[in-house]
Design a protein around this ligand. Structure first.
Ligand code: ADP
Ligand code: MG
Length: 241
C-alpha cells in the first residue's frame, strides 16, 4: 500500500536520508526506532510532503500512485496523517473549532456543526477525554500530555488511512501514555497503516506491533519483530550494524 523506494534526501547540502526502502501494508502497526538525528522525523516529514525537505532521488508510492511530488494537503486528502513532534500553540481557536476546520478542509463534503459535535463527542469518549477539554483554546496552557491527547483526538476525528505518529509518546506520565496507547488501539483496523516513531519501549508494551525498523544515520539498518525492541533495550543501538 505504501512503498518507499531508495529515498534520498538532503538538507542544506548534507545528506540526511541515504536510501530508505520500505513496504508498508494495510492493517499493520509498524515501529521506527533509532538514535537522535538518524533521520526519523525527516522521513516522516518527507512522507507527508513538508516543503522544507527535498527528495534528491527515489520515490514514494501510495496505492500504485507516485505521490513524491504531491503537496502536503493533497497527500492528506489521500488519507495520510502526521502528528507533530512539537505541537504548535495557536491561541483564540478552540480545539473543537480547530478539528472541525481540519475535518472540512480534508473531506469532500462539509460536515454540519451538529453532526460534527456528535462525531467529536463520540471520539472524545473513546479516548476518555472530557467535554471541557474540547472547548479549551488550542494548546494554550495545555500540558505535554494534553497536547499529545489532542493529537490523538485529531487522529480519531480525521480518520486517515496512514497515520505517522512522531514521538507521540514522549514525555508522558503513565496515565497519559495509557490513554494515548488506547487511542491508537481504537484507531487500528484492517484498512489502516500505523507508523509509530519512538525512542521508548514503554508505549510498545501497550500495543500490538507487527514489525520494527531500526534507523541509523539515514538508513534502515535492521528490521525484526517485537523482540527486536527488547534487544535494543538491552544492547542499545551501538551494537547494530
Ligand atoms: P531524528 O528524528 O531521527 O532525531 P531528524 O530527522 O530530526 O532525526 O534529523 C536528522 C538530521 O537532519 C539531523 O542531523 C538534523 O540536524 C538534520 N535536520 C533535520 N531537520 C533539519 C532542518 N530543518 N534544517 C537543518 N537540518 C535538519
Ligand atoms: Mg525526530
Amino acid at each position: 500500500m505504501l512503498v518507499i523506494n531508495n529515498l534520498k534526501s538532503s538538507i542544506e547540502g548534507k545528506e540526511i536520508l541515504k536510501g530508505i526502502n520500505l513496504k508498508l501494508k494495510e492493517g499493520k502497526v509498524y515501529v521506527i526506532m533509532g538514535p537522535n538525528g538518524s533521520g526519523k522525523s525527516t522521513l516522516a516529514n518527507i512522507l507527508m510532503g513538508n516543503p522544507i525537505y527535498k527528495i534528491d532521488s527515489g520515490e514514494i508510492i501510495l496505492k500504485d500512485q507516485d505521490i513524491s511530488n504531491m503537496k502536503a494537503d493533497e497527500r492528506a486528502k489521500l488519507g495520510m496523517f502526521l502528528s507533530f513532534q512539537y505541537p504548535q500553540e495557536i491561541s483564540g481557536v478552540t480545539l473543537s473549532n480547530f478539528l472541525r476546520t481540519a475535518y472540512n478542509s480534508l473531506k469532500e463534503k462539509r460536515i454540519g456543526l451538529l453532526d460534527f459535535k456528535k462525531l467529536l463527542k463520540e471520539k472524545a469518549e473513546q479516548l476518555g477525554v472530557n467535554e471541557d477539554f474540547l472547548t479549551r483554546y488550542l494548546n494554550e496552557g495545555f500540558s505535554g500530555g494534553e497536547k499529545k491527547k489532542s493529537e490523538i483526538l485529531q487522529l480519531l476525528v480525521l480518520n486517515p488511512n496512514i497515520a505517522i505518529l512522531d514521538e507521540t509518546d514522549s514525555g508522558l506520565d503513565i496515565d497519559a501514555l495509557k490513554t494515548i496507547a488506547s487511542g491508537i488501539k481504537n484507531f487500528a483496523a484492517p484498512d489502516k497503516t500505523i507508523i509509530i516513531i519512538t525512542h521508548y519501549k514503554r508505549i510498545l508494551d501497550y500495543l500490538d506491533i507487527d514489525r520494527v525498523f531500526i534507523m541509523k544515520d539515514g538508513l534502515i539498518v535492521k528490521e525484526g519483530d517485537k523482540d527486536l525492541v527488547n534487544e535494543i533495550e538491552e544492547r542499545g543501538y551501538e551494537g547494530l550494524e
